[in-house]
Design a protein around this ligand. Structure first.
Ligand code: LMR
Length: 325
């Protein structure tokens, strides 16, 4: 009898001290992109500080889910974490489109200040209501336009061209205004649709353009910095609420270190990849002059109300009160 009780106690203690919590982290970019490397770092940090009790399984390059379906999968707790780009949330949580308004932010400092603003409390609340929790924000960089058919110097040059977008109403409106035809495709198909010539142009960061080898199918790159591509690191609310206070603390601790690293890496990689695109690819790289940039900004500013109407009135009011728009 004594032996049986000891055995049961041993099994319980063993199970308790070695029980693992699995976090499935899904993403769509390449493993050597800033986001891909950051997810690996997060895994290493978290497994180290939790002594292996919190285990992260990574599904990169869209192997499990594309960015838009992953949002529903997170809600259902099929996967626990992801870091989709802001535009991908917009179908479910429309205020994420605030990041898609052309020329709303001038530089990365504006973006980081925005992460600490009241506008983010609105986004946090809306995201929780949907069934996810925002844990942090990661950077990629500002977006630029590539095309296969012609060089884009002014917005009107896009007229009649088919452009791949990441899918928000604001991004689609941005291209409709100039007379282009926006089509939404997942990141995983981007390279192929361009290679097949189904689509003429797309907008992305230097890093995504380089890592996806888009220079093989695109001829022209316009350095426009017209919009920002960043990521919300989100966790399933259902999963988050099942964690202990200690587990939540460890996740936040690992994430804090990862975010600092990721943001620095994103800047470095985009800088290097711009150099590579300019010097080691066949792309014709065109930098907008100051006057041309002013023309682009003024052009899109004329459609301010159209863009604001895609946001909730609370978010629209907030960004105007902040003096951003
Ligand atoms: C895209 O779809 O082009 C990007 O959102 C991919 C990414 O995650 O950077």
């Amino acid at each position: 009898m004594y032996k049986v009780i000891s055995l049961i106690l041993f099994i319980l203690v063993y199970k308790f001290s070695y029980s693992e919590t699995i976090i499935r982290f899904s993403h769509v970019v390449s493993v050597d992109s800033p986001k891909g490397i950051a997810v690996e770092k997060f895994k290493t940090e978290l497994e180290k500080i939790s002594s292996g009790r919190l285990k992260v399984l990574i599904y990169p390059e869209g192997t499990l889910f594309d960015d838009i379906p992953v949002i529903e999968a997170l809600k259902k707790n099929i996967v626990q974490m992801a870091a989709p780009s802001f535009s991908k949330f917009s179908d479910k949580i429309r205020d994420f489109q605030v990041f898609d308004i052309p020329f709303l932010f001038n530089n990365i400092k504006d973006i980081h200040n925005f992460y600490n603003s009241k506008a983010i409390s609105i986004l946090n609340r809306e995201t929780e209501n949907f069934g996810l929790k925002i844990l942090d924000f990661w950077d990629n960089d500002f977006k630029h336009i590539t095309c296969s058919k012609r060089l884009i110097k002014k917005p009107e040059d896009l007229k009649g061209l088919k452009v791949r977008t990441m899918g928000s109403n604001i991004l689609n409106a941005q291209f409709k205004i100039v007379g282009a035809m926006p089509y939404t495709y997942p990141f995983g198909s981007l390279k192929h649709i361009l290679e097949e010539g189904l689509i003429d142009c797309q907008e992305n960061t230097f890093n995504n353009i380089y890592s996806q080898k888009l220079y093989n199918s695109q001829k022209y790159l316009t350095v426009s910095s017209h919009g920002y591509l960043g990521y919300a690191v989100v966790i399933s609310k259902k999963f988050w609420e099942s964690l202990s206070g200690e587990e939540k603390k460890l996740i936040m601790e690992a994430l804090k270190k990862t975010t600092a690293y990721e943001r620095e890496l994103a800047q470095r990689k985009n800088f290097t990849d711009f150099f590579r695109l300019s010097h080691n690819s066949n792309l014709y790289v065109y930098k907008l002059s100051e006057e041309e940039k002013v023309y682009w900004i003024t052009f899109f500013k004329r459609h301010k109300n159209l863009f604001l109407n895609y946001l909730s009135s609370e978010m629209a009011k907030e960004i105007q009160e902040m003096g951003l728009y």
